[in-house]
Write a protein that binds this ligand. Structure first.
Ligand SMILES: N[C@@H](CCC(=O)N[C@@H](CS)C(=O)NCC(=O)O)C(=O)O
Length: 292
């Protein structure tokens, strides 16, 4: 069985003209993943802070350093869930990062992936890396031109992300709300046009692809936006609205979803200057909600 998997991976990669060493490494990595009898031991969900000890990492265990409310982390969680890649999550208190995390993660950012002595960080790099070494249920197109095209569509979304991140400062005043809505709509128009041009249910085509997962975490947070801006930005982009509804049924989306009230409570703690990375894990959710 294992030999069959190595053979099929090597044949697939040989077709893509990749060096023999890389082919073997990738084939072995994929095979290691399928060797796991069970998922690695789950760790406590609470965020690890300064002064904590790093939970021991077993050999050949894929670990992701994470923060439960980080949309970039969610991008990578979507890929891990989509491909059912066994992994372990270690949540980090980003306001009080443990020294051992800073030793592992070169920029001190999440998501960071660790597999034995291999470290990879940044949502896009992590996701493209995972898609390459776990080729089943591929998310990126194998055609280099289509891949380049899909990657180009990632960039314009940065403006949307940056505008949304401003909400971490709390409820905006009316003038700021107006400016935010017009910036957000300009970004969404871009993706409305892409959907109308490709005329397919997903950005990936007939099935969900990497661009769909790249965008999704911000769409999960749109109900928060609607509450804070008093405006439903999807009302102006009907194709995106339909796409958003289809995405709700995706298994990886369901597996990584957090309730809107938790997103709101986390944002409220952020705006109050004390981000609570454990929001929803203990009674802090009700405490913060009371202040909303
Ligand atoms: N461009 C990075 C951004 C990752 C990022 O900004 N993560 C935030 C959490 S949402 C972080 O780690 N912040 C810690 C810090 O800035 O010190 C990606 O795509 O992964």
């Amino acid at each position: 069985m294992i030999l069959k998997q190595i053979n099929s991976s090597v044949t697939l990669l040989a077709r893509n003209n990749i060096s023999l060493a890389t082919q073997v490494t990738r084939a072995l990595t994929k095979t290691c993943a399928s060797c796991y009898a069970t998922m690695p031991k789950a760790l406590p969900e609470k965020a690890y802070s300064q002064g904590s000890s790093c939970p021991p990492l077993a050999q050949d265990t894929l670990r992701m350093y994470s923060m439960r409310f980080c949309p970039y982390v969610q991008r990578t969680r979507l890929v891990l869930e989509h491909k059912q890649i066994p992994h372990q999550i270690v949540n980090i208190n980003l306001m009080s990062k443990p020294d051992w995390f800073l030793d592992i993660a070169p920029l001190g950012l999440v998501p960071t992936l660790q597999y034995n002595d291999r470290i990879v960080y940044g949502s896009e790099v992590c996701n493209d890396y995972l898609d390459a070494i776990y080729p089943h249920k591929a998310l990126n197109p194998s055609d280099p031109f289509l891949f380049a095209q899909q990657r180009q569509h990632r960039d314009p979304f940065t403006k949307f992300e940056l505008t949304l991140l401003k909400l971490r400062r709390g409820f905006p005043d009316d003038e700021t709300k107006k400016q935010m809505v017009s910036k957000l709509l300009a970004s969404l128009e871009y993706y409305e046009n892409v959907l109308s041009t490709i005329d397919k249910p997903f950005f990936g085509g007939a099935e969900v692809g990497m661009l769909d997962y790249h965008l999704w975490p911000w769409f999960e947070r749109l109900p928060v936006l609607t509450v804070m801006l008093g405006y439903d930005v999807l009302s102006d982009v009907p194709l995106l609205r339909q796409w958003e509804e289809r995405m709700q049924d995706d298994n990886a989306v369901r597996a990584t979803r957090l309730p809107t009230k938790q997103h709101l409570a986390y944002l409220a703690s952020h705006a109050a200057g004390k981000p609570n990375f454990d929001t929803g894990l203990d009674n802090t959710l009700t405490d913060v909600q009371a202040k909303l």
